[in-house]
Design a binder for this molecule. Structure first.
Ligand code: G3P
Ligand code: CA
Length: 335
């Protein structure tokens, strides 16, 4: 039955016409839109401005990478160094106390900075190696974009839920090596002020790492789903082995195809490939494979393609209606 459905899906994708009424995802719902580093196709990645734009662009999850500062604050940064995404080099030229933090090769390591020192820097677009193609009309060159904290992102997601009822989720990646980063992430998610909003039953959070030790560690600490990045199973045995310590996989686009998605699903693993950009036909192809979510820099394109292919209510709205989240609804009513 699944083979027939996949064949229909593949043919539909090739024809570039909307055809699927029922997604081939693990839970049968349309794929989740996971905004990669916030709205990073529009604004400097992993800043609060980029995450607020994610919410406005109807993303389901706010993705970002986590490091812990010298003084213990979980901050959102993809690189372990600040050179490519902040003005640190220019800033250090006139600030000797920052210049003193330089490491080998002229690099500035995130973990050598206190949070207050990081706040002095301005986050910028990534200019090296042509990583991004950014949409014009959003970036303000005179604005002091600052590095976000994980707690600020969690606050945004929770406050959006309180204000609108939409269950925006977050998707932090333990990017820094060492298990303390996982502990720091969970400490934020478990803060009392969130009233248990970030938990598995509410589908409001995923955790992720490329490091299988990190994935297994997080899986042992929490029932929040944990994603093993960088792989899509090529055999049933491999899928079963991943399922022992992870709940899903996050392969690159090149690693992902209809066969591996089916193998993963058969083992009970969800599939969230990375990274989708601005070519709408790519979304159509992977949606037809049955992927459960997409890490995208361009949420509006992911949203439009999803709406065309699966013209049903958003997953988050379905979750709110279908799961009977009376406790959370009560929280909203009390405000
Ligand atoms: O976390 C999914 C995707 O973001 C992995 O790639 O390098 O952007 O963290 P990266
Ligand atoms: Ca990431």
């Amino acid at each position: 039955m699944r083979v027939v459905a996949l064949a229909i899906a593949a043919a539909s994708a090739l024809a570039a016409t909307p055809a699927l009424a029922t997604p081939l995802t693990l839970n049968g719902r349309p794929p989740a839109i996971i905004n990669h580093r916030g709205a990073s196709g529009y604004l400097p990645e992993e800043t609060m401005e980029a995450y607020r734009l994610s919410v406005a662009q109807k993303a389901d999850y706010l993705e970002g990478d986590v490091y812990v500062t010298k003084d213990g604050v979980a901050v959102m940064l993809h690189d372990g160094t600040l050179n490519a995404t902040t003005n640190v080099v220019a800033y250090a030229a006139t600030h000797p106390e920052i210049k003193a933090l330089v490491a080998s090769g002229g690099k500035y390591n995130v973990t050598d900075f206190t949070y207050a020192q990081l706040m002095q820097l301005t986050a910028t677009f990534r200019t090296a190696n042509g990583y991004g193609t950014y949409r014009a009309g959003y970036y303000d060159a005179g604005f002091h974009y600052q590095i976000a904290t994980l707690e600020q992102v969690a606050d945004l997601a929770y406050q959006t839920y309180l204000d609108t009822g939409k269950m925006i989720g977050i998707y932090p990646e333990a990017k820094q090596s060492g298990l303390n980063v996982a502990d720091a992430i969970l400490a934020v998610l478990n803060k009392a002020k969130y009233n248990g909003y970030f938990n598995a039953a509410h589908k409001t959070v995923f955790l992720q790492s490329f490091d299988s030790n990190q994935v297994a560690y997080m899986n042992g600490l929490t029932d929040i789903p944990v994603t093993q990045l960088g792989i899509c199973p090529t055999t049933a045995a491999q899928a079963a082995a991943i399922k022992v310590f992870a709940d899903g996989v996050g392969p690159s686009l090149n690693q992902t195809n209809a066969a591996c998605v089916a193998l993963a699903h058969d083992a009970g693993l969800y599939v969230h490939p990375y990274t989708f950009l601005y070519d709408a036909t790519v979304y159509d192809t992977y949606y037809a494979y049955g992927v459960d979510g997409v890490f995208t820099n361009f949420a509006p394109i992911a949203y439009d393609e999803r709406t065309t292919m699966f013209p049903v209510p958003e997953p988050a709205s379905l979750a709110l209606l279908g799961l009977g989240l009376t406790g959370l609804a009560a929280i909203r009513r009390r405000r």
